[in-house]
Design a protein around this ligand. Structure first.
Ligand SMILES: NC(=O)c1ccc[n+]([C@@H]2O[C@H](COP(=O)([O-])OP(=O)(O)OC[C@H]3O[C@@H](n4cnc5c(N)ncnc54)[C@H](O)[C@@H]3O)[C@@H](O)[C@H]2O)c1
Length: 321
């Protein structure tokens, strides 16, 4: 499938990721058919998309008058066949369960166009496993979006052993066309690029927390105001170049032997999770939310996050395009 042959997009699963992925394609001008297993989920997804389009307009990222046409291009259905039959680019954002995704991929192949591209948004599985029941595997690719997917620019485009060059390039170009920032991952390794980097950082952060080196508040404040501040504008390898390779080499030699190389999940995280704590969703995580713990406060925390992210999206990405 070539880029100009992609006319319709199908999104399977309308949860946290699916409705945001659908919104990105709608804003990029594509008609989108969104599938889920019940009508209520689809209604909630449409409401979220409408609300989030309003937020994009308020931040000047799309025009107010673009909202209506975007919503008119959105079709929802509880029929998988109806969702995928006209789809040229089909992307799955269903639960992270290997058997479910294997079954879904095989079923999609039996219902969709012969040359449609079928993408997975898996975070921790591989297409080498998900795609085993698919006959024509050249059309399979992973597109790994980041939450919230309608806002965070990067999407990892991952080449599985059998992904064809055309599938890989069309997928990459399609994401560019809808104003995302795709990154080519040439080999399918678990965690791809970003989750591996993020997990290396989280291992060290939780080890420092466990040792009582700093409080949760101070760890968050320090990371946001230093490496977080820097990395929002320049990448880690350019940071090394700007700082000087000799200095970075010295620091690696001094600190690598001292930082965590644990293979076990971090103690503090394990203990909290085993006690049933689930962060803001349950009222306790590394912070205590028991004074203001409700669905409304969770929704407000997500809205506050999205407003901050939209400001950054506007200044760092959209105004420079
Ligand atoms: N949440 C994240 O931060 C995040 C980030 C990147 C990737 N992902 C990946 O995206 C995928 C979806 O995650 P999510 O967080 O949106 O999950 P979610 O639970 O919010 O949404 C999944 C949706 O899939 C629907 N569903 C159930 N069975 C289905 C089926 N057979 N076919 C199609 N849809 C079905 C569910 O009803 C639900 O609405 C997972 O593979 C996950 O690993 C999630």
């Amino acid at each position: 499938m070539k880029l100009d042959e992609v006319k319709r997009v199908s999104v399977l699963g309308a949860g946290i990721m699916g409705h945001g992925i659908a919104q990105s394609f709608l804003m990029g001008g594509y008609p989108v058919t969104l599938y889920d297993i019940n009508e209520q989920i689809l209604k909630t997804a449409r409401d979220h998309i409408e609300e989030n389009l309003g937020l994009f307009a308020r931040f000047g990222l799309i025009e107010e008058r673009a909202i209506g046409p975007c919503l008119e291009r959105l079709f929802t259905t509880c029929s998988l066949a109806e969702c995928v039959k006209g789809g040229d680019f089909i992307t799955e954002a269903a639960p992270e369960l290997l058997e479910l995704k294997q079954r879904l991929f095989a079923e999609v192949e039996s219902l969709c166009k012969k040359d449609a591209i079928i993408a997975s948004n898996t975070s921790s599985l591989t297409l080498a496993d998900i795609g085993i029941k698919v006959q024509n595997r050249e059309r399979l690719v992973t597109t790994h979006w980041f939450n919230p997917p309608h806002i965070v620019p990067t999407v990892e485009v991952v080449r599985a052993p059998w992904t064809s060059e055309e599938t890989f390039e069309t997928t990459y170009d399609l994401l560019v066309r809808i104003k995302k920032v795709p990154v080519k991952i040439e080999k399918e390794v678990p965690g791809f690029l970003i989750n591996r980097i993020q997990m290396a950082m989280v291992r060290e952060i939780l080890d420092l927390y466990e040792q009582g080196i700093a409080s949760a508040e101070d760890i968050d404040k320090a990371v946001k105001g230093s490496i977080g501040f820097r990395l929002a504008s320049i990448g880690p390898l350019l940071t090394i170049d700007l700082g000087g390779l000799k200095l970075w080499l010295k620091v690696c030699q001094n600190l690598f032997p001292l930082i965590s190389n644990s293979k076990e999940p971090p103690g503090a995280l394990t203990r909290l999770a085993e006690k049933g704590h689930d962060g803001i969703k349950s009222g306790k995580g590394f912070y205590d939310y028991s004074n203001d713990f409700s669905k409304e406060s969770l929704d407000e925390a997500i809205k506050k996050r999205d407003r901050e992210f939209l400001n950054r999206l506007k200044t760092l990405y959209w105004e420079n395009k």
